[in-house]
Design a protein around this ligand. Structure first.
Ligand SMILES: *Cc1c(COP(=O)(O)O)cnc(C)c1O
Length: 357
């Protein structure tokens, strides 16, 4: 089989060393003679993985003492519901930067008074709204830092006068984050830190317990904080793999080093998109995501879209079809994607241009 360059938007590519460790652990977990798929989560060997996974999150993101981190099942989409359940009392403010942001808003609206205070839907979400007013009477402001489908990203940690809650599903661990600016950060693992099936939430502990509604046990973050994410059976294998991904990030030099690598990959691809007469980027330049790079055929070249798709596929490119709401192409350059993968895609775009000159 020829080398494949995987640009899937999620579940994402993971480092080869992580695949190898996962295979090993499926056969024999930590020298126990039992597969990681079959070990009891009530063992000291498993406790050690849970403890170390939390410790790695703390270390890599410099998470302050008064924050807790939990790992759960259900997908980031379930956290759209966890958020209002645990934090919405009188009013919630949401910034609408795409499909995921709007889905998060919908769950809040179902539980109480939620408002979208800014939106980039007027331009098919190709930018991040700025300069909007944050209502002082809202319980929290919800943002989506990276918009996986549209390739826009808020690359700085904004100042919010009210508690800030962020869906960081698709850019977590891609850059340093000032956790202290957020009341909560959450997301699914499958875009940058592991396989599908586990989600994370980093929560400022004293922000919980302020709503008057009944919160079902499983949807109450306090349940999972109190039981160290083992109130019920945790997604054991998924957490194990996430643990290996975090170790890999640490070995590379942490999130600062990861960010340098990611910025370089994104620049390489955006430079080619801007130079190449066959393609144009869809997101406005200042808000371009370093994780999801979206582009379409240049005006007048639209009829060549299917041809480029086939050409790229033959060259080993996997997962570059754009989301149906944007069309064209999307290359997801998550942490495990290498500079070499990006250069292979760039070479493919250059060859395609030559063919059509
Ligand atoms: C993929 C994604 C989600 C949804 O994740 P699921 O785990 O599939 O529910 C939510 N938010 C963002 C930003 C995403 O990229």
């Amino acid at each position: 089989m020829s080398k494949k360059h995987v640009f899937n938007a999620g579940p994402c590519l993971l480092p080869q060393v992580v695949y190898d460790k996962a295979v090993e652990a499926i056969k024999d977990f930590a020298g126990t003679g039992v597969s990681v798929l079959s070990i009891s989560h009530r063992t000291k060997e498993w406790d050690a993985i849970m403890d170390d996974t939390r410790a790695l999150w703390r270390e890599l993101l410099n998470i302050p003492e008064d924050y807790e981190i939990v790992f759960l099942g259900g997908g980031a989409s379930l956290e759209f519901l966890y958020v209002p359940m645990n934090f919405l009392e009188k009013k919630a403010a949401y910034v609408d930067t795409g499909v995921w942001a709007h889905k998060a808003f919908k769950e809040a609206k179902g539980l109480g008074n939620a408002v979208e205070i800014a939106s980039s839907s007027d331009k098919n979400y190709n930018y991040i709204p700025k300069g909007y007013e944050i209502p002082a009477d809202a319980d929290y402001l919800h943002i989506t830092t990276n918009n996986t489908i549209y390739g826009t990203e808020l690359k700085e940690d904004i100042d919010s006068p009210i508690p800030l809650i962020a869906d960081m599903s698709s850019d977590i661990m891609s850059r340093p984050v000032d956790v202290s600016k957020y009341t909560m950060i959450y997301g699914g693992a499958q875009k940058n830190v592991g396989p599908a099936g586990v989600i994370f939430a980093i929560i400022k502990k004293d922000a919980l317990g302020k709503v008057s509604r009944y919160i079902p046990t499983m949807l109450d973050y306090r349940t999972h904080i109190d039981k160290l994410s083992m109130f019920n059976t945790p997604p054991v294998f998924n957490i194990f793999v996430m643990h290996e991904v975090l170790k890999w990030i640490k070995d590379l030099g942490g999130v600062e080093a990861m960010n340098k690598i990611n910025v370089k990959k994104a620049e390489t691809l955006y430079n080619e998109i801007d130079r190449n007469s066959m393609f144009v980027g869809t997101a406005v330049k200042e808000d371009r995501s370093i994780m999801n790079v979206c582009f379409v055929m240049a005006p007048g070249k639209e009829n060549l879209q299917d041809e480029f798709m086939a050409f790229a596929k033959a060259a080993g490119m996997v997962g570059i079809k754009g989301h149906r709401s944007v069309g064209g192409f999307r290359a997801s350059l998550y942490n495990a994607c290498t500079q070499e993968d990006v250069e292979a895609l760039v070479a493919c775009m250059q060859e395609f241009e030559k063919l059509h000159k």
